[in-house]
Each structure stands twice: as C-alpha cells, then as structure tokens.
Design a protein around this ligand. Structure first.
Ligand code: GN1
Ligand code: MG
Length: 335
C-alpha cells in the first residue's frame, strides 16, 4: 500500500527536522520497505531526508532492528572521526523523532524511521568497469573491517536464519506442498534444478553450523545498489540498508557482492538470456575485497568464490518460494 499525502504529513511532522517541508516523493526501489524522499527548506538552504516504513511482515521487531542500526552506525561513525571531514556522507545518520525515538508509529500502525539523505551520490544496478568492481569490493571489505571489533552478540537477529539454506529449502518445500497459487506445475524444471544443487548449495550453512567459519558481524544484503558511490564513480562512500546487519559469516556478504556485481544484467531483467557472470568483474571485485579484508581465515578464503554461487542459489530459492506463495514477501511490479 502506498502511503497517502495526509499520512505522510502526519509522519514527517513527528521527526526532529528543522524548516519547512517543501515536497516528498515515493521511491520505487527496494523489495521490502517503503521509501519516501522529502525536501525541507531552512534559512534559505535545502536539505533532504529519507523516510522508510519498515515492512513488519519481514521484520517482526522494528524497535530492536533500529537499536541494531543505531549501535552499528554509532560504532562506524567513531571510527571515521578524525579521518574524514564528510562523515555524514560515509555512514547513515538516524534522525530521531521529536520525542528522541528512532521510530514513529503512525495512526495506522506503520513503523517509520528517518535518515539524512546523502546528496550527490549515485548507485549502480550492474557494472561493466573493473575499476568500479574493485571499489565495490573495497567497500564491502572496509565495512566488515569497521565492524570487526563490534560485539555481534549484542545484535538482535532481525530475520533469524536469514541465509540458512536448509531453512530456505524447507520453506520452498512447504510452498510446493501448499501450491497456494497453483503455480507449482509451471516451475517443475526450476524445482528440479534446485533439487539437483541442494547439497552443494548448503556447504556454507553446514560449515557455519559446525563452527568451521568464524562468527562475525555481517551486512547480509551487500548487493551493488546498496552502495552509494560519488557521482564520478571514483569512490564508494557508504553502504546503506542496514536492516539485516547481524552475526553470521562474511561469506554471506561476499556472496551477495559477487552475485550482484558480476551479473551482466539487472537482477530483475525481463530478458533472462542476458544474464551471465562476468569473469573480469569477478576478478577485480575480489581483488578490491581482499585488499581490505585482511582478516580472512583459510576456511573463509576456501569458500570465497563458492559464496557467490551459494548466495545466488539462496536468492533463487527464496524468490521461487515467494512466487509459489503468490508474491507475498517481495514487492513485485510485473508477472
Ligand atoms: C531484498 O530490501 P532489499 O531490496 O534491499 C531482500 C534481500 C535480497 C534482495 C534482492 C530483508 O532486499 O535479501 O537479496 O531483496 N531483503 C530481505 O534484491 O529479504
Ligand atoms: Mg534490504
């Protein structure tokens, strides 16, 4: 459901933002939360904000989720102090409500948060240049390094077992059994393919569960368009979308980084034949990543390349499950 103007006026009036509201508009990206951008004017200067209604179907405890985000961004901010003069471009800033909370609950029960909008940046849905891939790799490695000394046990698991392949296959099997939308017969080939690849796809989950991989703080949604680059693309400034920052293995992050960057097409392309993995980009990406991720253990290193395949597979399992369930989890715009 798209929020209407009266509701947006109500929501925005509760955040601690100086000046006069000039406009707001809906942003049509992201598969989970609803995002609105606003512009305010104060003392002749304009400033922009990002407001998000948290999808409580996906995130059951918005208050605990925001506590994670405040803790993680505060930690990163401290690391950047002294090193950069433009910290607000390098880490998200949570704008509190007038009561000092990180969330506002609207009159219809929606949970809203506000960030300072980071101006003069751009995102990419896929990349063709090796330089860019290298910088994306660096950004993911840097993010993990910034959080290497953060106590992950203090983080609330916003979506428990998020990248657990066994759980995802169980959910797929349940969706097939229920066949709520009568679509199962039409995806028999996809289901057979996923069945054939089930055990290989579970390697990371199995090694993680048996303690072979270190538990670290991970982002869990490091797709290419969650990184803000400078307008000229020369610098990866900030990793956004911190909803799924949790304890886990960094292979979840390298995996989504590889999945999203090496794809020769947009992830929601309507031309599946244009999808391929670009090995040039893959090489540059891992080179950039390794240049920052000096903490890698031999077991992590051993599964680094595999992680791209694993996360691609888990996304396939999750999207197919949602398709069988009748498109109830992800926002969809077309068949
Ligand atoms: C969802 O919210 P968004 O679009 O960043 C999903 C990710 C998927 C991604 C695929 C909480 O992320 O796991 O990788 O879509 N997030 C959640 O684009 O399920
Ligand atoms: Mg996300």
């Amino acid at each position: 459901m798209h929020p209407n103007p009266p509701l947006m006026n109500e929501v925005l009036s509760h955040f601690s933002i100086e000046g006069k509201l000039l406009s707001f508009k809906l942003h049509n990206e992201g598969h989970i939360n609803t995002t609105i951008f606003s512009t305010y004017e104060h003392d002749g200067a304009r400033s922009r904000y990002t407001h998000q209604r948290i999808n409580t179907g996906a995130f059951k405890e918005p208050a605990a989720l925001m506590k994670n985000i405040v803790a993680v961004t505060t930690h990163i901010r401290r690391k950047l102090e002294g090193e950069y003069s433009d910290i607000d471009r390098r880490v998200l800033s949570v704008i509190p409500t007038k009561d000092g909370e990180s969330l506002y609950v609207d009159s219809q029960g929606g949970y809203w948060r506000t960030y300072r909008y980071i101006d003069e940046v751009r995102t990419y849905n896929n990349i063709e240049e090796e330089d860019l891939a290298y910088r994306f790799g660096e950004a993911v490695g840097t993010f993990q390094t910034q959080l290497a000394d953060f106590d992950g046990s203090s983080l609330y698991p916003t979506i428990p077992r998020f990248h657990d392949m066994h759980l995802r296959y169980e959910q797929l099997a349940a969706a097939v059994a229920n066949d709520r939308s009568g679509r199962a017969a039409s995806v028999a080939a996809e289901l057979a393919f996923l069945e054939t690849n089930k055990s290989r796809g579970s390697i990371i989950t199995d090694w993680y569960d048996s303690g072979l991989l270190p538990v670290r703080v991970t982002h869990n949604d490091t797709k290419i368009n969650n990184v803000l680059f400078s307008l000229d693309g020369r610098e990866a400034l900030c990793i956004i979308d911190l909803d799924t920052v949790m304890s886990g293995t960094i292979l979840f992050d390298t995996g989504d980084m590889i999945r999203s960057a090496t794809n020769t097409a947009k992830e929601d392309t309507s031309d599946p034949d244009s999808v391929d993995c670009n090995p040039r980009i893959h090489r540059a990406l891992l080179e950039g990543y390794r240049s920052k991720a000096s903490f890698l253990t031999p077991t992590e290193e051993a599964l680094l390349v595999e992680s791209g395949r694993t996360i691609t597979q888990i996304m396939a399992v999750r999207f197919l499950t949602d398709y069988l369930n009748g498109d109830v989890y992800y926002h969809t715009e077309r068949a």
